[in-house]
Design a protein around this ligand. Structure first.
Ligand SMILES: Cc1cc2nc3c(=O)[nH]c(=O)nc-3n(C[C@H](O)[C@H](O)[C@H](O)COP(=O)(O)O)c2cc1C
Length: 369
């Protein structure tokens, strides 16, 4: 009853919000959460309201404990300013970023579009962020939640691909102390040439270099942080296989599948259909699940995958888990379903486990691969 009321409340709220420019709404949300998270009562009430605590949902990976498998994807908290508030919304972990070494403004506005009929978004933000130094300051000032925090790293727009390794190394060094896992993002379609880094000749030296820096940081700090590669959904099967192969050979710890797509397949006649940028949400779901399945098959399930793309419900998340994802993430689903999305997905996952006679979410990983 309360849950239904909460969902109806958000659909009314959404009706109002969707009248405004999407990026302005995002900015208001960030400002609102920045203010709210300074009120301890807000954090504890939100936690009580949104958390789903059940031992069947906790996941242990890379020496980290995730209270549930549903995370918030990169792009929502680009500057690591609101992760304490987001951590109180029932997510199992939060990924901040993409962060580049130097601050950059991103592309010209408008650069974010809602395709409401399709429950999708097109964005061409272009890694707008305040840079690694500022992110470091935010991390030092804000409280550390009891959930894993991932940090997603990118290269600056003006850095040539041949020097991209310096950008990833620089940000990894600056933020190493603050993140629980790190993501090498080479799959955003909005930084010219970035996706070229999937090619084995470019990928191998890039990852070797970053892993080398991680080794130095491990010696300096005594801590080893997992490094994951975020993959594009637009790779051919052959290119995907090669990129995964290279990543495994150099010793990457996991994959995030996938980023947004350049494809416009399966979307209705939205006025924004032909806007340049990456498409996320419902139309991406099938392709990202397919990529997860392929990676799981290729790795024999030995390397964890975070599944992301078009997750709106427990059923959607479960499909990705059964295809081989150990954890999942949402972004567009949060825009369309509101702040109770993680809670809802977790409750539905528990029902699905029960239906299938499973006692723990990890038992479902890769069952359909
Ligand atoms: C507005 C917007 C901004 C995004 N920014 C980033 C980003 O900075 N870095 C990144 O790796 N992915 C970014 N993403 C991609 C998401 O993390 C996710 O991979 C993708 O949207 C698919 O998930 P979804 O269908 O649940 O949205 C962004 C997505 C959206 C919609």
């Amino acid at each position: 009853m309360i849950r239904k009321g909460r969902d109806t409340l958000y659909s009314l709220w959404r009706h109002l919000l969707f009248r405004y420019d999407p990026e302005r709404v995002h900015e208001w949300t960030v400002r609102g959460l920045e203010s709210l998270q300074s009120i301890p009562l807000f954090l504890s009430l939100a936690r009580r309201f949104y958390a789903v605590e059940n031992p069947g949902l906790d996941v242990s990976l890379w020496g980290l404990s995730f209270p549930n498998p549903v995370g918030l994807a990169a792009g929502f908290d680009k500057n690591a300013t609101i992760y304490p508030a987001l951590s109180a919304l029932g997510f199992g972990y939060i990924e901040v970023g993409t962060i580049t070494p130097l601050p950059q403004p991103g592309n010209r506005r408008p650069r974010l579009f809602r395709l409401t009929q399709d429950e999708a978004i097109i964005n061409r933000m272009g890694f707008n962020n305040r840079g690694a130094r500022q992110a470091m300051e935010h991390f030092s000032r804000l409280p550390r939640p009891r959930l894993p925090i991932g940090v997603n790293l990118g290269k600056n727009r003006n850095t040539p691909n041949e020097q991209a390794f310096q950008d990833y190394r620089c940000s990894l060094r600056a933020l190493y102390r603050h993140g629980d896992y790190f993501v090498i993002n080479i799959s955003s379609p909005n930084t010219k040439g970035l996706r070229e880094l999937h090619r084995p000749e470019a990928l191998k030296p890039l990852l070797e270099d970053i892993l080398g820096e991680r080794e130095v940081l491990r010696e300096e700090t005594g801590e080893i942080r997992p490094l994951l590669l975020k993959i594009s959904p637009d790779l051919t099967d052959e290119a995907l296989e090669k990129a995964v192969d290279v990543s495994l050979n150099v010793g990457m710890d996991g994959f995030i599948a996938t980023n947004t797509t350049l494809s416009r397949d399966g979307i209705a006649s939205s006025p924004f259909r032909d806007e340049t940028g990456g498409l996320s949400g419902r139309p991406l779901a099938k392709r990202s699940t397919e990529i997860i399945r392929r990676i799981h098959q290729q790795t024999g399930g030995r390397v964890p995958i975070i599944g992301v793309g078009g997750i709106f419900s427990g059923e959607d998340a479960y499909e990705k888990i059964r295809a081989g994802a150990s954890l999942v993430q949402v972004y567009t689903g949060m825009i369309y379903r509101g702040p109770s999305i993680a809670r809802k997905i977790n409750q539905e996952l528990l029902q699905l486990l029960k239906r299938d006679g499973l006692s723990h979410i990890q038992e479902a990983v890769g069952r359909d691969a």
